[in-house]
Design a protein around this ligand. Structure first.
Ligand code: SAM
Length: 219
């Protein structure tokens, strides 16, 4: 397996920001130590790639804080044979983490230039089991459904119904749900056609813009 530069910074990030905050799944910690977060962040912010915060990736969008990526991954709990749908590819970091844990990842991004960035980052790292699609992720991607896990990495007023429909029975959906300023991290499990919801504290994401999200420019 390729060892990417800045490995000491990644080990420190995992120890101080992630394991210290209670995430102990060894598969997830191992992938976070391997995937080079700095590749997903444009200059000059790549210098701060292993700091404890989100960073700009261009087009007014952000790469999520490492701890939030770890927490959402832990809540989703992807298994090696799983098919996962992500809404909001950004520059592709969360997709790279998921692709290292699951069989297949489909990630949808609404801004074409951001989708291109994600695609080239994933290609550069030789990640072949993640596909980046341009579109409105609130509609999901029925062609490859049902999914064992769905993760929304933008703030949504409610869980888009098409995504609930595309979640397999026994599957998990993780999303920040709330208003445009502040949200709660929500995990929904689909069991026997029912949805069981748990909440995991406050988070702050850029808005999910689309048919089942927010209207563009309506801050
Ligand atoms: N997952 C990313 C990562 O690994 O760092 C972070 C995603 S960023 C916080 C949110 C992304 O969601 C932005 O790139 C934004 O353009 C995208 N987005 C917003 N609404 C969307 C929609 N309806 N469909 C797909 N992508 C959307």
């Amino acid at each position: 397996m390729t060892e990417y530069p800045r490995v000491d910074e990644r080990f420190r990030m995992v120890e101080r920001q992630i394991a210290a905050r209670g995430i102990h799944n060894p598969r997830i910690l191992s992938v976070l130590r391997q995937v080079p977060r700095h590749v997903f962040i444009p200059q000059p912010y790549d210098q701060s790639a292993y700091d404890d915060n989100p960073l700009p990736i261009g087009n007014g969008q952000t790469i999520s804080q490492p701890y939030i990526v770890a927490l959402m991954t832990d809540l989703l709990d992807p298994q090696p044979e799983d098919r996962i749908l992500e809404i909001g590819a950004g520059s592709g970091y969360q997709a790279a983490i998921l692709a290292s844990l699951a069989a297949r990842v489909i990630t949808i991004e609404r801004i074409p230039a951001v989708a291109d960035l994600a695609r080239s980052n994933l290609e550069m790292l030789g990640i072949g089991n993640a596909t980046v699609i341009v579109g409105d992720g609130t509609l999901g991607h029925p062609a490859d459904s049902p999914y064992n896990g769905i993760i929304i990495t933008a703030a949504t007023p409610e869980i888009p119904k098409p995504l609930l429909d595309q979640l397999d029975d026994g599957g998990q959906l993780v999303a920040p749900v709330g208003d445009r300023e502040i949200q709660e991290l929500v995990r929904i499990e689909k069991t026997g056609g029912r949805f069981v919801e748990k909440r995991y504290g406050s988070v702050r994401f850029v808005p999910l813009i689309g048919a089942y999200g927010w209207e563009e420019g309506n801050a």
